[in-house]
Design a protein around this ligand. Structure first.
Ligand SMILES: [Zn+2]
Length: 74
């Protein structure tokens, strides 16, 4: 059986791009009641969610803000 990794597992459309949308990620495992900014990656044809990840741009921004605050510049 040949499986193409770039096909949507739901509608079988060939994926050449994904639709990114914002989502809140609640972290109940490590830090209770902590929410991070995240993103979902969805199929552009059927909108099925293909994956969820941390929002790296927001995460980088948060790290910079924390560093500036720690250095007394924020
Ligand atoms: Zn699809």
């Amino acid at each position: 059986m040949h499986i193409r990794a770039n096909k949507c597992p739901h509608c079988k459309a060939v994926l050449t791009r994904a639709v990114v949308e914002s989502i809140d990620i609640d972290n109940a495992v490590i830090f209770a009641d902590t929410t991070y900014k995240g993103v979902t990656y969805a199929c552009p044809s059927c909108r099925a969610v293909l994956g969820v990840s941390m929002d790296q741009i927001a995460l980088n921004h948060d790290v910079v803000q924390r560093l500036l605050k720690a250095l007394g510049r924020g």
